[in-house]
Every structure is written in C-alpha cells, then in structure tokens.
Ligand binder design. Structure first.
Ligand SMILES: *Cc1c(COP(=O)(O)O)cnc(C)c1O
Length: 388
C-alpha cells in the first residue's frame, strides 16, 4: 500500500505495469460475474461505487442517445427506472446528468422493486433499469431475474433493448462466493453492467469501486478518451483523472493472496456470524428480521409492534455508550413508518463480538424499559432548574 501511494494511477506512461494489473482485476471480476466467453467485457476501477454507478448509467444514456440519433428520433427526454431503495448517488446521477427519475415507491412490508411496477414505467426513452444486490436500507436484493425476464419480453414485443444495471456494491463480493448458484449477474442477458465496491466487501481501504460492462459492443465507442501510452493508446473512461494506484494494487494483492477460496472462507464466516446474531436477536422476542433470506452479512431489524416504550433510535443511542456504532433510520418516503436498526457484519467481526453485541443490545432494551420514564422526569427537572 505505502509503496504505491505515490504512483498516479492515470500515468500509464510512467507506470505501465499498474495498468496491466488493473486490467487483470477487471478480467477476474468479469469472470467472477459469469461474463459469457463470447463477450469481450470491459471495465475500470473508480474512486468509489458512486462514480462506478454514474459511469455505468452514463454509458447507457450515450448508447440510447446514439441509437435515437441513428433512427432520426428525439433524444431530449431520457429516463431511468429504479426503486426508492437505492443509494443517494442514483438520484445524484439523475440530477447532475439530467435524466428523468422514475422511482418505484416502497411500501410497508415491501422494500424492493417488483416487476409489475417496473413495467408501466418503461417507454422508448428508458435508458436503463436499475436493480440492487444488497440495498443500503435492508440488505435485501431486488428480484433481478424477474426484472430481466420482463426486459427480455419487452425486447421481443417492442424491440426496445433496455439494459439492466446491477448495483452489487455489497452483494458482488459476497454472493458469488457464498451462493454461486444464485443467478443475478451476466448470466442474465439484459444485465449489461455491474458495479461492485472494492472498499466494502472487496476488503480494500476506502477509495475504490469497480464498474464492468458485459460486452464492448454495449459500450459507446465515443465514450472513451484516448491517453497516450508508450506509443500505444489506452482508453480511459472515468469521471476522475488523477488518483493513487495503491488501492488497485492492494485489490490485486488480495485477489492473488486470498484467491477464490480465501474470499469464500471470509464471506462465509461473515454470513454465518450475521445469521447467528440475527437468530439470537429474533429469539429474544423483541425484534423482527427484515431480510429473512440472509444472503448478505447484514442484519436489519425492526422492533416488534408489541414494544411500545422505546424505539430503535433509543437502542442505537444507548449502544454508543458501549462503543457500538449501530445506525437506526426510517425507510424512504411512503414507507417511513418503518424504523430499522442495521448491523453490517464485516470480516473483523468475530463470533465473540456477536455475543457481546447481543448482550449489549438486550441490556440496552432492559434499561430503556426500566429507566426511560425516570430519565424523562430528570430531564424535565434539569430544564426547570438551570444551574446558573
Ligand atoms: C455504499 C453504497 C454506494 C456508494 O458507494 P461509495 O463507494 O460510497 O460511493 C452505492 N450503492 C450501494 C448499494 C451502497 O451500499
């Protein structure tokens, strides 16, 4: 890491081997995501997943625009379809790059998109549909196969070839190892691009994401800029220019050192620890699990309706006293009556720590039942008698 901090990634002329290593990483990821052998996948490292998502969507916008131009049709009203369960960077993309957002609402007890709600939003100006493998809110997956089937049907019926972009920020480095038979990736024909995070379950320090396109032919040729590279020409298609090579090198190091087997062991361990914690908490009778399937090492909980005298926000605040940062938040508009507490289990979270967190959470709940009322009185007293 420290040997490569000073190397500017963009300078292929000075550091040609970094570009070779980068290319190998892209290739390994394309194979991890089951890119068909007849396709020539392309991709790049980015500063993070937000940049990766924006690049993926921007390329689809260009493909659509080029097609419309060729057909002599208007290209001034692009739209993009995704669920309200996306990360804020999707909204950022729509705003900064001037694409209409068609957002599928979430509702109580349904926190992913459903194909029946996607279908009516699609038209000839749809640049792409987005689906998530591991949402920021609940760790759930959108029904990716069903959405793909819908897009295949639309292609046959109307001739619109609408790409499906998968935001696999968290899931992309977990599911291929723990659940390889689950089909969500380039095995589905309309999945034209996938982004994955190097700094979440990719096991690298903050500052790296990846975007992959299924096939060169899905990628608008004029999207890439050519940079001179030792007499040859290397295309670049990122939003940023300069940044450190260190994260790319460390990503490669982890790929080589851990291999498929190492990542599988680590991810399995994370998922098993998350399942263990979530089963313990469910058995306490206080919590309801949001993500029954438990594909990702994310424990998303709501309080049962029977618990009236404290909230997940109280638990989150109380846990901070014990050094745990466990966020609590409400779901997006139209589902905001649901408040969640979320535990993201990382590779350094041991079974021991799961036991300690479980105990601390139950103790927090007990405390809140016993003392919540008294504290409110105390607080009121303080307000009545200011110290000065
Ligand atoms: C974290 C996250 C992002 C944004 O990733 P950055 O690397 O912080 O830019 C996007 N989508 C999902 C689902 C995420 O969890």
């Amino acid at each position: 890491m420290s040997e490569n901090l000073n190397k500017n990634f963009i300078d292929h002329n000075e550091y040609p081997q970094t570009e070779v290593i980068h290319h190998r990483c892209v290739n390994m990821l394309a194979r991890l995501f089951n890119c068909p052998t007849e396709c020539t996948s392309i991709g790049t490292a980015t500063i993070g997943s937000s940049e990766a998502i924006m690049l993926g969507l921007l390329a689809h916008k260009w493909t659509w625009k080029n097609r419309r131009k060729q057909e002599g049709k208007a290209y001034d009203k692009p739209n993009l379809i995704f669920g309200a369960n996306v990360h804020v960077c999707w909204e950022k993309f729509a705003k900064y790059f001037d694409v209409e957002m068609r957002v599928i609402r979430l509702e109580k007890d349904c926190y992913t998109i459903i194909p029946d709600r996607v279908a009516p939003l699609i038209d000839e100006n749809t640049n792409a549909v987005g689906a998530i493998l591991g949402t920021t809110y609940s760790g759930q997956a959108d029904p990716i196969q069903e959405v793909n089937d819908l897009l295949v049907r639309i292609k046959q019926e109307k001739g619109w070839d609408i790409p499906l972009h998968i935001d696999a920020v968290s899931g992309g480095f977990v599911v291929p190892f723990t659940n390889p038979d689950f089909v969500w990736d380039f095995r589905l024909t309309q999945v034209k691009s996938i982004n994955v995070s190097g700094h979440k379950y990719g096991l690298v320090y903050p500052g790296i994401g990846w975007i992959l396109w299924r096939n060169k032919v899905d990628f608008p040729e004029d999207f890439a800029f050519k940079v001179n590279y030792l007499g040859g020409w290397v295309p670049t298609y990122t939003l940023n220019f300069s940044y450190s090579s260190a994260n790319v090198i460390v990503q490669y190091y982890n790929f080589i050192r851990l291999g498929r087997e190492g990542y599988t062991q680590i991810m399995r361990n994370c998922v098993e620890n998350a399942q263990y914690l979530s089963q313990q908490l469910a058995a306490s009778g206080k919590f309801k699990m949001m993500n029954e399937a438990q594909m990702l090492p994310i424990v998303a909980l709501t309080l049962k309706d029977t618990i009236q005298n404290y909230t997940v926000f109280d638990i989150s605040r109380k846990l901070r006293e014990r050094g745990w940062i466990v966020p609590a938040y409400t779901m997006p508009p139209h589902a905001e009556e649901t408040a969640i507490i979320l535990v993201v289990v990382r590779d350094n979270f041991s079974r021991d720590m799961a036991d300690i967190l479980y105990k601390d959470m139950l103790q927090a709940c007990d405390y809140l039942v016993r003392y919540a009322g008294e504290h409110r009185e105390e607080e009121a007293q303080h307000r009545k008698h200011p110290i000065c």
